[in-house]
Design a protein around this ligand. Structure first.
Ligand SMILES: [Zn+2]
Length: 151
């Protein structure tokens, strides 16, 4: 049986949109909310630690929390994300975050939705779209300190 699980994360960050014709071109901050949805088959082995789970929520934390710590929370997003996305819109961020999670997710789990809430009423939603414009997106993600295999 296939089930989806979803977890919510929060972080505070500063950013601005250079060249934008509006007040978002000024440096400002948001209390971001991030939702991540995984879909997978329920573990059916009754002797398994994660019996009747898609995966332990902690396993999702172990992917998302290091990203939040190193690149997002209390950061200047225009600095910490400049090598990944050309503009720190909610749309750009949701593409970046989805690419990062997908790159680290075990094969038996699917990333089915990522939502970045920029304000209490405004959000961008990723549902499996691949970004053709920035093919190199998934490459630099592996250079995050927490994911380096050489320590
Ligand atoms: Zn903003």
């Amino acid at each position: 049986m296939t089930i989806s699980i979803r977890k919510t994360y929060k972080f505070e960050a500063a950013h601005y949109l250079p060249g934008h014709n509006g007040k978002c071109s000024n440096l400002h901050g948001h209390s971001y909310v991030l939702e991540v949805e995984l879909t997978g088959t329920l573990v059916s082995r009754t002797d398994a630690s994660d019996f009747l789970m898609v995966t332990d929520f902690h396993d999702l934390d172990s992917i998302v929390k290091p990203l939040i710590e190193t690149r997002l929370d209390h950061k200047d997003l225009n600095e910490t994300l400049k090598e990944f996305i050309p503009r720190t819109t909610a749309e750009g961020m949701v593409i970046f975050i989805a690419a990062h999670i997908k790159a680290l997710l075990p094969e038996h789990l699917s990333l089915t939705e990522v939502v970045v809430w920029e304000t209490a009423t405004s959000r961008a939603i990723w549902r499996g779209q691949v970004c053709d414009t920035w093919h190199n997106h998934t490459q630099p993600v592996s250079t995050l300190p927490e994911t380096e295999s050489n320590g």
